[in-house]
Design a protein. Sequence first.
Length: 81
Amino acid sequence: MKFFTYLEQKGETMTTCEKYEENLVKCNCTYEPCDKKGTCCDCISYHLKLGEAPACLFPADVEATYDRSLKNLARTILKDG
Ligand code: SF4
């Protein structure tokens, strides 16, 4: 997967983000204990390593299932046409 390799090669994670507060307001993730909320680069890296997508790519009803697999994302996109 090309974008995953890119993130790995870059080898950087951002621990502070100037858009942190703004990101938190926009974040639709309902998994409250997560420490990556508001730090989107860490969120995306984390899920890509697991073969998943971040919560913000899913509609609310699918996000709430916590099935963030790329397979579920594809299924969701194809279902919504
Ligand atoms: S999508 Fe995943 S990593 Fe991102 S805030 Fe939600 S639980 Fe955390």
